[in-house]
Write a new protein. Structure first.
Length: 196
């Protein structure tokens, strides 16, 4: 049983999985390799002044989640069913995983969210027809299922979806730990002096 399963490995999903894994939660990142980011060239992502190819951002994001401790698998989740205080995720190829909490980072395809019973509303972004309804923390109408990124109504810009994945992950971690969770480190003193 995983503590958290993140479904979708684009910027929102990889970011969410990185934060939950770094927090010590047993994390599964399931990616169908269909992120719309894979078709993008991104000239406005902070930290990449020359721009960034979408496929590279997706690959690097999954690599970062893996290095943080998340188990990354390529599969398409077709069913999400409540069971024993958590959820069973079923993959198109017959795979099955269990997780206590789920973060949906589905991009524009809400089929799984709809099948899981999440409330859907019209989208407001151009070309985004519908999104999952979430509260201010990122919770959907189904207890234990959260949503982040484009599927949750944020702007499609990768820096925003990545930030939203982190935000929802921090909220989930904080809820599980019972106190506000913060994840950042300080440079060693030698590196701080060199940066001046």
């Amino acid at each position: 049983m995983y503590d958290v399963a993140v479904i979708g490995g684009g910027p929102a999903g990889a970011s969410a999985a990185t934060f939950t894994a770094r927090a010590g939660l047993k994390t599964l990142l399931v990616d169908a390799d269909q992120s719309i980011t894979r078709r993008a060239f991104i000239p406005n992502h902070l930290g990449f002044p020359e721009g960034l190819r979408g496929p590279d951002l997706v690959r690097l994001g999954k690599e970062q989640a893996s290095r943080a401790g998340a188990e990354v698998v390529t599969a398409r989740v077709t069913e999400l069913e409540p069971r024993d205080g958590g959820f069973v995720l079923r993959g198109e190829g017959g795979q099955e995983w269990q997780a206590r909490q789920v973060i949906l980072c589905l991009g524009v395809n809400l089929d799984l969210a709809r099948k899981a019973g999440a409330t859907i509303r019209p989208g407001t972004e151009p070309r985004i027809k519908e999104v999952v309804v979430v509260d201010a923390e990122g919770r959907t109408s189904v207890p234990g299922i959260w949503a982040a990124g484009t599927c949750a109504g944020t702007s499609v810009h990768t820096i925003i979806t990545a930030g939203d994945g982190a935000r929802v992950a921090i909220n989930l971690i904080s809820a599980l730990k019972g106190e506000r969770y913060v994840d950042h480190e300080v440079l060693p003193a030698d590196d701080q002096a060199a940066a001046r």
